[in-house]
Each structure stands twice: as C-alpha cells, then as structure tokens.
Design a protein around this ligand. Structure first.
Ligand SMILES: [Zn+2]
Length: 416
C-alpha cells in the first residue's frame, strides 16, 4: 500500500504509484533526444510527521517517517547520510562569516551525496522485485549505485563516460558492478542506459528520470534542518550539474515547511562551473527554457553535462526559494580544494570544493550576506580525483633519513 502519489512537476498531473514508474506520460511526449528530461515526477507523501521523530536522522525510524517506502524491510543494509554539519571556525574567520556550516557529504559510504539517491532507488527496486538496476553517471552516481546494490545483493549495470576519473572506475568495479565505459559524453551514456533498460527490462536509476533520485537526496536537507533546529539556514549552496541534488534539497525543505517543522525555505544557490553552466545561464537570462552546452567541460567532472536533466524543476525551485546561481572557474575550484582542506579538514573532489568557490562568488555578487546563516553542501571526497587535487599542492622532494636533513628542510620551508 503506497503512502504517496506522484505529481508531475511540469503539468501538475497526479499519478498513483502503480500507474507510472518514471516520468509523466503526457509531458514525456515533448521529450527530445539528448534534451532535459520532460515530465519529471515529484513524490507527494500522504502524511508527514507533525514533530521531529525521536530517532537519529539516518535511522530507519526517522527515514520511514519521511520516505515513500511501505516498510523499513526494504531499506538497504548499508546506511547512508547522517553526515556531520561542521561549524568550520577557521573558514568562518577567513571569510568573515559567523554562521557558516559545511554539510560534509564526503562521509557517505561510497564518498558522495549520490549514495542518498541510490539508497532509496535500491529500496524501491527491492520492493518492486527488480534484480538489476542500471544507471548512467559521470561517476559518482554509478559508484553509489554499485555500492548500495552490492550490499543489497542486486546487480548494478553502469554506463559512464570513458573519461571518468580512475578512482571512481576502480571503486565501482570493486563493488562488482557491470561497468560499461561509453566512448562519448555523459549525455551519450544517459541515452544508452535509457535504451538498454527498455531493451533488457532493468530498473533505471538515471537521475531525475527516476523520481526517487530526487526524493532520496532530500535527506540532506532533513539532516541540516534537524541539526540547526529551531533555526533554519538563510541560504544553502549546492554544486549543480543535472540539478537533481539541488531539487532534492529543495524538496526536503519544502516537506518540512509543509508539515510546519521549519517556517520558511532557505534560498538555494546553484554553483556551476563556467564551462558547464546551462542552469545558471538560464537564471541570469530570466529564461524558462534551457540552452544546452554542446561542449561542456570542467575539472569538476561530476558537474559536466550538456543538458542538465532536471533543469526545469531546478530553475523553478531556485526561483521559488528567491535563490540564485553563480559560476566558478576551474582555477577557483582547484584553489578551493586546498583551501577547504586546510581550513576545515575536509578533502573534497573538484565538484565538492566548488561549493566554497561558489560561496566566495556569492559573497562578491551580494547573493549571500556575511551575517547570514549559510550552509555549503560538499558533495564528494577528494580521494575520487587525486590528480585534480594534486594541481593545488607541491609534492616535496625526498630527504635523506637524518635529523640534519629534516632541520635543513624546515629552514627552507620557513624561508619560504
Ligand atoms: Zn506532466
């Protein structure tokens, strides 16, 4: 027995769970090959709690109050989320902000926020009796699916651009996924995965197309709200590629506002690389449609998309929240990896560190005031892409094993 219905984020049509699996059957008629996903569905729960559940935010009891699952028996045996909201005193001092927090999602099981989506998608796959779950991904979503599927004894099949970072590739292979590196872009992988799921009958975890990817990511917002209650952040910065993490975070805050556990929605601020900024470009133009970026590129591989699949919903929720968007250069992202690590102890991949680069840009542009309560979502660990991080540090030459050599090196360092 479902505890929710779907509502189309585009035309507002309602569906029972058994009527539809992925997107709105009316809006999908407008779908263009390689374009943004049309008719993305939103989960609307029949009932939300009127007070915070008396259990930790990542516990089954807490999740069953907020997620569209009929029983906790379907939850994968690999807990995700429950990541810390860090106070980052050194970074606060550096930026002149008194109320800045870092949501450290590098601490998820496979090292990224994508675990939250895979957790719910795999729970639904178990409920539906699906044995194989497939996904296209720039890397992290595939790794997350591989991890959660492995723990749940499901088979993961993942389509990734052949250029995905080595560490992500090795990680998903280690989890036992069938890995299909595609000679092409993430967008090519997305379309191929869609066709393969139709051909072979696999359950599709493609981001946004599967509505539970958005719903799963809302747990990040629930945790932020629990940790800051009874306060609420004024603004949340979210590194943005397809627009699903941001839409998921928005959904979490919207659910909490609906049930009265927070009084207002924080402003949501999308951070995109300059070379892959379709959503921020549309925001700046005041446009409702997306112009795709045919040769999207960035050091932040996780954010590189030609056609952000969840762009339409993402634009709407940013505007509803009175938020905005910023773009950041690859240089500023690389610098932010080292700055974030030195000031907070959090080692992030380029996409995760983009949150800090984006915060600096948002301060410069007046999108965020230094006195406000601000949360940065850091979405993935730096261990996923060490070559990019290595561009921000200098590897020291070896020294002989003697104290004299240590003293000489220290003198050299202090002389700068
Ligand atoms: Zn529709």
């Amino acid at each position: 027995m479902s505890n929710f219905r779907f509502r189309c984020t585009e035309c507002g049509s309602w569906y029972q769970e058994e009527e539809v699996r992925f997107v709105c059957s009316a809006c999908t008629r407008h779908q263009q090959l390689g374009g943004v996903t049309r008719g993305v569905l939103e989960v609307v729960l029949d009932k939300l709690p009127s007070s915070w559940p008396a259990a930790p935010a990542a516990s089954a009891k807490f999740l069953s109050a907020f997620l569209p699952i009929p029983s906790i028996a379907f939850l994968p045996p690999l807990p995700v989320g429950g990541t810390p909201l860090l106070e980052v005193p050194n970074l606060r001092r550096t930026l002149g902000m008194k109320r800045l927090w870092l949501k450290d999602d590098t601490r998820n099981p496979s090292g990224s926020t994508k675990d939250r989506a895979s957790f719910l998608v795999v729970a639904k796959a178990r409920e539906y009796g699906c044995e194989t779950v497939a996904a296209a991904s720039t890397g992290n979503a595939a790794t997350a699916l591989a991890a959660v599927a492995a723990a749940s004894q499901l088979q993961a099949v993942v389509f990734i651009p052949a250029s995905a970072p080595e560490a992500k590739l090795v990680q998903m292979l280690s989890y036992g996924a069938v890995v299909l590196p595609v000679e092409g872009t993430y967008d090519d992988a997305f379309e191929l995965c869609l066709a393969a799921c139709q051909e072979f009958g696999w359950y599709n975890r493609n981001t946004a197309l599967n509505p539970f990817t958005i719903e799963g990511k809302k747990t990040a917002a629930l945790e932020i709200a629990v940790d800051l209650a009874p306060e609420c952040p004024d603004a949340v910065l979210v590194p943005t590629g397809d627009g699903v993490i941001l839409s998921g975070v928005a959904k979490g805050f919207a659910d909490l506002q609906r049930c009265g556990l927070i009084l207002r929605m924080p402003r949501l601020i999308a951070v995109q690389p300059e070379g892959s900024a379709a959503i921020v470009n549309a925001l700046r133009k005041g446009a409702d449609t997306i112009i795709t970026v045919p040769h999207a590129t960035s050091v932040a591989d996780s954010l590189v998309v030609q056609a952000p699949r969840n762009a339409l919903q993402c634009l709407r929720v940013i505007r509803t929240s009175q938020g905005g968007g910023v773009t950041v250069s690859d240089d500023s992202i690389i610098k932010a990896i080292a700055e974030l690590a030195r000031h907070t102890g959090v080692f992030a991949e380029p996409a995760g560190a983009a949150a800090l680069a984006g915060l600096r840009a948002a301060l410069d542009e007046g999108l965020v005031d230094p006195d406000e309560r601000v949360v940065m979502l850091v979405t993935g660990t730096g261990l996923k892409d060490v070559p990019s991080a290595s561009r921000a540090v200098q590897r020291p030459a070896p020294i002989p094993p003697s104290l004299a050599a240590v003293a000489k090196r220290l003198r050299g360092l202090s002389e700068g």
